[in-house]
Design a binder for this molecule. Structure first.
Ligand code: C2E
Ligand code: CA
Ligand code: CA
Length: 654
C-alpha cells in the first residue's frame, strides 16, 4: 500500500477517538455540542472517502471496476468535503452565539449558496471532467476547475473570519485561536497540497484541528456538572456572556429550590443529586420536540435554568406545565421532592434584564421579589417594578456613577437635646442617576457590596467628609463632629487604619471630628479584623457609634468588647414608642447604655410627641425629619448658621 495512505488512516483513528470521547462524555446535547458532533461525523466520512478514493486511484491495476470505485468515492468525497465547509461554519456560529443569524434569509443564502454551487459543479463533472478525471491510461488527473472549488472554500473562510472578528472580544482566547486554527491550517495545507500533488496531509491536518477543538473548546469539566448530568453554572454564565456580546436575546426559565442546602444535608449529597438528575431528565422529556434549541443548566445553590435560544419561546405555558408536573408528583415521588420548596419564573435576558451579573443575581434571588404565598413569578410584574429594575441594572448604575461622579454627600443634622444645638450630623451618600433618578442608598449599598463596588464608594465617602471638614470652619458653626457610616467591607479592610490616618494628615482634620458608625452584623462577619481595626483607630482617639440598634436580633453582648461611645437606636424602635411595652424597652435600653457610659442617639424621629417621650427617657441626641432631613453641603452650612448661631428655633420640620 502507498505509504501516503498511512496518514489518512491515522486521521481516521484520531477522529474515531475524538468521537468516542465525545460520546463517552455524553457531550451531545447543546447546540454547540451537536454542531461539533456533526463536524466530527462529516470529517470522519470525508477522510474515509478520501482514503478509498486515493487507494483505488493509486491502485487501478488495469481494472475497470477500480476506476468505477475511484470515481464513486471521489464524487462522494467532494460532496462531503464541501459540506464540511458549511458544517464548520455552523459550529463556529454556534460557538460565537450568533446562530440565530441563520433566521435571516441573506445569511442562509450565504451559508448554503456556495455549497449548492459546489454540488452543481461536482455533478457537472460527470459530463465534462474539468474538476478531475480517472482513467486506466492516465490514472487520476486534476482539472483546471478545481480552482473554482478552492474559491468557494475561500468564501466560507471569509464568512468564518467575519464571525471570528465579531466574537474576538468575548470568546475565550484559547477557544478563539482553536477556531481560527482551522482556517489557517486549511490555507496552509491547500497551498502545500497544491504545490506537491500526491502528498496526503489534508485529512490528518483536519483531524488534528478537530482534536484541538475538542480539547480546547469542548472542555467537559468546564461545561458539565457531572454530579447531576446537566450543564454547569459556569456554562450558564458563559451562555449569558455569549448572548450579551452577540446581542442575541434568550429566554430563560428558572426553577429555584429555596432550601436546597437543607435538603442536601438531610438526604445526603448522593440522594439529592439523583433527584436533580431525574428532574433534569423530566424537563428534557417535557421539552422534547415541542420547544426549540435549549440547554439546561444547574447551580449547586439549587437552581435549574433552561435557556432557550429563541427569546420568543412562549414560556408561561411551559412554566405552568412544569409546576403542575413537579408538584403533582411531590407526594408519591421521593421524599426529596416533598421537602423542597420550589419557585418558578421566566425572563428574557437582554430584554427584561441587560447585564450578565444582574441576570445571575436575579436567577438566584428572584424568590426574594415574590410574596411568600406565590410559586410563580411572572416576568411582567418584574418589568413594572422600578426598584427591581434598579437592582437589575445596579452594576451599570453604580459603575457609571463612580465614573461620572453622580455621587454626592448629604448631611443630616443631629440635635443635642441638652444644649439645644446641632452638634453633629450624619454624612449620607446620595446617587442621582440621569436615567433612573434618585437611587436610595438602602438599595444601592447592598448591591454595591454584592458587586464589589464598596471599596471605591467608601473611599469617596471618607474623602468627601474629610474634605468638607477641612474646608469649613465647623468649630465656629458649633459642629463638634461628623458621623460617617462604615460599610461591612471597610470595617474589615486591612488598610482602613492607614486610609483614615492618611486622610487625617492630608486634610489636617483632628481625629475627634470623625465618629465612625458600625453595626453588629459587621462584627459577626469577621470579628478579629474588625476588632483590630477599631482598636487601632481607638488608640488614635477615634470614636465609634453602634448603628441600627434594635433591628433584627440585637445582642449588645456581641459588641460589648468594641470601643463604642454612642448607640443609635433605630427608627423601627422609635416608631413603636406609642406602645407601652416598646416604650419601656427603649427606656430600659437608654438607662442600660448610660450605665455603661454610652450616649444615645434616636434615629428617625418625626414628631414632637416622640421628641418629648425621648427627652423624658433621658435620650441625648435626636436625628430625624422632625429636626432636619439630610441636605446638600451648602444648605447644611446655612442650616447650622441659622440654628447654632442665629438662634432660629429648631424642630417641627417633618
Ligand atoms: P442609616 O445609617 O441607618 O441612616 C439613617 C437613614 O435614616 C438615612 O437613610 C436617613 O435619611 C434616614 N432618616 C433619618 N431620619 C429619618 C426620619 O425621620 N424618617 C425617615 N423615614 N427616615 C429618616 P438613607 O440616607 O436613605 O440611608 C439608608 C442607609 O444607607 C443608611 O442607613 C446606611 O446604612 C446606608 N448609607 C447611607 N449613606 C452611606 C454611606 O455614606 N456609607 C455607607 N457605608 N452606608 C451608607
Ligand atoms: Ca448610619
Ligand atoms: Ca441607622
Amino acid at each position: 500500500m502507498h505509504s501516503a495512505l498511512i496518514l489518512d488512516q491515522i486521521a481516521l483513528l484520531i477522529l474515531a477517538l475524538t468521537l468516542f470521547s465525545i460520546l463517552f462524555k455524553r457531550m451531545t446535547r447543546s447546540l454547540e455540542d451537536k454542531a461539533f458532533l456533526l463536524n466530527i461525523g462529516v470529517a470522519f466520512f470525508m477522510t474515509f472517502c478520501d482514503f478509498l478514493m486515493e487507494f483505488y486511484s493509486r491502485n487501478l491495476n488495469g481494472l475497470r471496476i477500480r476506476v468505477f470505485a475511484a470515481y464513486f468515492f471521489s464524487y462522494l468525497y467532494f460532496i462531503i468535503r464541501n459540506f464540511y465547509n458549511v458544517a464548520y461554519l455552523l459550529f463556529l456560529m454556534a460557538m460565537a452565539g450568533v446562530h440565530s443569524d441563520l433566521r435571516r434569509r441573506t445569511v442562509r443564502l450565504l451559508v448554503w449558496g456556495p455549497y449548492g454551487l459546489a454540488v452543481l459543479m461536482i455533478f457537472a463533472n460527470l459530463f465534462t471532467p474539468y474538476l478531475f478525471s480517472i482513467s486506466l491510461e492516465e490514472g487520476y488527473r486534476r482539472g483546471p476547475g478545481m480552482l473554482y472549488l478552492y474559491a468557494l472554500g475561500f468564501i466560507y473562510m471569509l464568512i468564518g473570519f467575519y464571525y471570528l472578528s465579531r466574537c474576538v472580544h468575548y470568546l475565550d482566547r484559547s477557544k478563539w485561536m482553536a477556531l481560527l486554527a482551522m482556517y489557517v491550517i486549511t490555507m496552509l495545507v491547500a497551498f502545500i497540497q497544491y504545490m506537491r500533488e500526491g502528498l496526503l496531509i489534508e485529512m490528518i491536518a483536519f483531524s488534528m484541528v478537530m482534536l484541538l477543538d475538542h480539547l480546547l473548546i469542548q472542555r467537559p469539566e468546564e461545561i458539565l456538572d457531572f454530579s447531576v448530568g446537566l450543564y454547569s453554572w459556569n456554562a450558564y454564565r458563559n451562555r449569558l456572556i455569549v448572548a450579551a456580546k452577540s446581542r442575541t436575546p434568550v429566554r430563560v426559565v428558572i426553577i429555584r429550590y429555596l432550601n436546597a442546602s437543607q435538603a442536601r444535608s438531610v438526604f445526603g449529597e448522593k440522594r439529592y443529586n439523583q433527584f436533580v438528575r431525574m428532574r433534569g431528565q423530566e424537563l428534557e422529556n417535557m421539552m422534547y420536540r415541542a420547544y426549540g434549541g435549549h440547554n439546561i443548566y444547574y447551580g449547586a445553590m439549587g437552581c435549574i435554568c433552561i435557556v432557550f435560544d429563541d427569546a420568543q419561546t412562549d414560556a408561561n405555558d411551559l412554566l405552568r406545565r412544569i409546576q403542575r408536573s413537579f408538584e403533582s408528583e411531590s407526594d408519591n415521588h421521593s421524599s426529596v421532592a416533598s421537602v423542597l420548596q420550589t419557585r418558578y419564573t421566566t425572563i428574557r435576558f437582554l430584554q427584561d434584564i441587560q447585564e450578565v451579573e444582574s441576570m445571575i443575581n436575579f436567577t438566584v434571588n428572584f424568590p426574594g421579589y415574590m410574596s411568600p404565598t406565590d410559586h410563580i413569578l411572572d416576568g411582567i410584574t418584574i418589568q413594572e417594578n422600578t426598584t427591581l429594575q434598579i437592582k437589575n441594572y445596579s452594576a451599570r448604575i453604580i459603575s457609571r456613577a463612580l465614573r461620572e461622579n453622580y455621587f454626592e454627600m448629604y448631611y443630616q443634622p443631629i440635635y443635642n437635646l441638652q444644649s439645644g444645638l446641632f452638634e453633629s450630623a450624619e454624612a449620607l451618600i446620595r446617587l442621582k442617576d440621569p436615567e433612573f433618578g434618585f437611587v436610595s442608598p438602602a438599595i444601592f449599598i447592598p448591591e454595591a457590596e454584592l458587586h464589589g463596588y464598596m471599596a471605591p464608594i467608601g473611599d469617596f465617602v471618607l474623602n468627601s467628609v474629610y474634605e468638607f471638614l477641612s474646608q469649613n470652619s465647623t468649630d465656629s458653626l458649633k459642629l463638634r463632629y461628623m458621623e460617617v457610616n462604615l460599610s461591612v467591607e471597610q470595617c474589615i479592610q486591612n488598610n482602613l487604619v492607614e486610609t483614615i490616618l492618611g486622610l487625617e494628615k492630608k486634610y489636617a482634620v483632628p481625629s475627634g471630628k470623625v465618629n465612625l458608625e458600625v453595626t453588629e452584623t459587621m462584627n459577626a462577619l469577621n470579628p478579629e479584623a474588625m476588632i483590630r481595626n477599631l482598636q487601632a483607630l481607638h488608640a488614635r482617639n477615634y470614636r465609634f457609634s453602634l448603628d441600627d440598634y434594635g433591628t433584627g436580633y440585637s445582642n449588645i453582648l456581641r459588641v460589648m468588647h468594641l470601643p463604642l461611645s454612642l448607640v443609635k437606636i433605630d427608627k423601627e424602635l422609635v416608631d413603636m414608642l406609642g406602645d407601652a411595652k416598646c416604650a419601656s424597652v427603649v427606656a430600659n435600653t437608654i438607662t442600660m447604655m448610660h450605665q455603661i457610659g454610652m450616649k444615645i442617639v434616636c434615629e428617625g424621629v418625626e414628631t414632637a410627641e416622640q421628641v418629648e417621650i425621648l427627652r423624658e427617657m433621658g435620650c441625648d441626641y435626636i436625628q430625624g425629619y422632625y429636626y432636619a432631613k439630610p441636605m446638600p453641603r451648602e444648605q447644611f452650612l446655612s442650616f447650622l448658621k441659622a440654628h447654632n448661631l442665629d438662634g432660629v428655633p429648631a424642630g417641627g420640620q417633618a
